[in-house]
Design a protein around this ligand. Structure first.
Ligand code: NAI
Length: 421
C-alpha cells in the first residue's frame, strides 16, 4: 500500500478513536483505576467484536489494565480498516480484522488471533469461543473463561453446555441490565434506524414498518420507528412477547400477512429465514429489507436470488431484485447487520457502548479474580459489577440518586406485621 494512503488511513483511524475516547467517560474513569491496579499484567486477552472506534477504546483500556490484547472481527462486514490500522500501532495491541472479508477469511483471522493462546476471551456471538472449543482444544487448559456480550452468543454457549462441550465458566454479559436494557433497546433501536434511513435516503414518517421479533432489540426498533411517525407491525413466535407488543399499541400479525403490508422490514430475531420465499412472493414492489440480528441468515437472500430474473446494485449498500411480475425488492447490506455493515455505519452510539464495554471489562476483571471458584457453565454477572457501572455512569452524567433512610431500610427488610405498621 502506498505510504500516503497508509498515513491517510491511520489519521482517519486515530481521529475516530479520539472522538470515541472523548465520549466514553466511564472508560476514562476505569482506565485511570485499572491503570493503577493492572489486574491483567502479563496476560493475553482476546477480544472478538465489531472492530470500530468504541471497541478500540475497550482494547486500550484492557491494555492499560496490563493485558497483551489480541483482537479479531466478529462479523465479515462490520470492522473498519482505518481503526484496525490505528489500533495495530499500539504496542500492547495486535489485531486480525478486515472489512468485507469472506467467511473463510474471517475464520482464518480468528485462527490467527487464537494462536496467541488467550487466558480470557471477550466475545461477540461466541465466534472465538466456538472456534477454540471446536478447533483448538489444546488451548483449553490456558483459558480461564469467557465474557459474552450478545444474545446470540449466550445462546450459542448454552448450546455448547447442553452438548457437554463447555469446560470453562462463561459470563452472560448480554443479560446484565446495564447491557441489554440500554445497548439492545436504545443502541440497536437508534443505530439500526439511523443506518436504514441514511442508506436509503427515504422518509420513515407515515410508512408501514414491519419489525420481526419483539425482544430487546425489536422493542427498541419498534418504539423508535413509531416515534418517527411510522405505522409499525410486529411479528413474534413467543406468546408473551406478542402480547407485550399488542398492549404497547402495535399491530401484531403473522409474517404471511405483514409481508403484504410492509414498506420497510427489519428483522431482529436471532433466528434464520424469518423473511423467505413465501413472503417475498407477497411483498409490495419497492419493499426494503434490512436485518439487525447478528447473523445474515434472517433474510433468505438465496431465495431472493432464485426468485429474481434480474438483480443490480441500486445504490451503495442496496441490491435490488426484480421478479418476473415486475415487482422489485431492495436488500440492504446483503442482509448483514444494517447498523454495522451499511456504507455509513458506525455501530451503536458511543455513550451506549461506553456502558456495554464497561460491563464486559469489569466482568472480565471479576472472572479473572474469581473464575477459579466458578464451575464450567453459563453464569450471571454478579449484580455488584453491574451496579458499579450504573453508579459510575450516573456520576459521569452528574445525576444524583436519593438515599434510603434507616427506617426505610428496616421497613424493606421486615416481615412481621407489627414491624410493617
Ligand atoms: P431476544 O431474544 O430478546 O429477542 C428475539 C425475539 O425474536 C424473541 O422475542 C423471539 O421470540 C423472537 N423470534 C424468534 N424467532 C422469530 C421468528 N421466526 N419470527 C418472529 N419473531 C421471532 O434477542 P435480542 O436481544 O432482541 O437480539 C436479537 C438479535 O439481535 C440477536 O441475534 C442479537 O445477537 C442481535 N443483536 C444485534 C445488535 C446490533 O448491533 N444490531 C445488538 C444487540 C443484539
Amino acid at each position: 500500500m502506498p505510504t500516503h494512503t497508509n498515513s491517510t488511513l491511520l489519521a482517519s483511524g486515530h481521529q475516530k478513536l479520539a472522538w470515541a475516547r472523548a465520549h466514553m467517560p466511564v472508560h476514562a474513569a476505569l482506565r485511570g483505576r485499572l491503570g493503577q491496579t493492572r489486574p491483567f499484567a502479563g496476560q493475553t486477552i482476546a477480544v472478538c467484536s465489531h472492530i470500530e472506534a468504541k471497541t478500540g477504546i475497550l482494547l486500550e483500556t484492557l491494555a492499560a489494565a496490563g493485558a497483551q490484547v489480541v483482537f479479531a472481527g466478529s462479523e465479515p462486514g462490520s470492522s473498519q480498516d482505518d481503526v484496525v490500522a490505528a489500533l495495530n500501532e499500539h504496542p500492547a495491541i495486535t489485531g486480525y480484522a478486515e472489512r468485507g472479508v469472506s467467511e473463510a477469511r474471517l475464520a482464518e483471522l480468528h485462527r490467527q488471533a487464537l494462536a496467541h493462546a488467550p487466558a480470557l476471551i471477550l466475545d461477540d456471538a461466541a465466534e472465538l469461543t466456538a472456534r477454540l472449543v471446536h478447533e483448538r482444544p489444546d488451548l483449553l487448559t490456558g483459558l480461564k473463561g469467557v465474557c459474552e456480550q450478545t444474545t446470540t452468543g449466550v445462546q450459542r454457549i448454552r448450546a455448547m453446555l447442553d452438548d457437554g462441550a463447555l469446560a470453562f465458566p462463561a459470563y452472560a454479559v448480554n443479560h446484565t441490565p446495564m447491557k441489554h436494557e440500554f445497548d439492545n433497546i436504545h443502541g440497536t433501536g437508534e443505530s439500526a434506524l439511523t443506518n436504514l434511513l441514511l442508506t436509503t435516503n427515504l422518509l420513515l414518517a407515515g410508512k408501514q414498518v414491519v419489525v420481526a421479533g419483539y425482544g430487546d432489540c425489536g422493542v427498541g426498533v419498534a418504539h423508535k420507528a413509531r416515534a418517527l411517525g411510522a405505522q409499525v407491525t410486529v411479528t413474534e413466535v413467543e406468546p408473551r412477547q406478542a402480547l407485550r407488543a399488542h398492549m404497547n399499541g402495535f399491530a401484531v400479525r403473522p409474517m404471511a400477512e405483514a409481508a403484504a403490508i410492509g414498506e420497510f422490514f427489519i428483522t431482529v430475531t436471532g433466528n434464520r429465514e424469518v423473511l423467505r420465499r413465501e413472503h417475498f412472493e407477497r411483498m409490495r414492489s419497492g419493499a426494503i429489507l434490512a436485518n439487525a440480528g447478528h447473523f445474515n441468515v434472517e433474510i433468505d437472500a438465496a431465495a431472493l436470488a432464485e426468485l429474481a430474473i434480474e438483480r443490480y446494485p441500486a445504490r451503495s449498500g442496496i441490491e435490488t431484485f426484480r421478479f418476473a411480475d415486475g415487482r422489485e425488492v431492495h436488500l440492504l447490506c446483503e442482509g448483514r447487520l444494517v447498523n454495522l455493515a451499511a456504507p455509513t455505519a458506525m455501530g451503536h452510539p458511543a455513550e451506549v457502548m461506553d456502558q456495554t464495554f464497561a460491563v464486559q471489562l469489569m466482568a472480565a476483571v471479576d472472572l479473572w479474580e474469581h473464575g477459579a471458584t466458578l464451575a464450567p457453565g453459563v453464569h450471571t454477572v454478579p449484580d455488584r459489577v453491574d451496579r458499579q457501572i450504573a453508579e459510575l455512569k450516573l456520576e459521569t452524567l452528574g445525576i444524583v440518586l436519593d438515599e434510603m433512610t434507616e427506617a426505610q431500610r428496616r421497613f424493606l427488610a421486615a416481615w412481621k406485621s407489627e414491624e410493617l405498621l
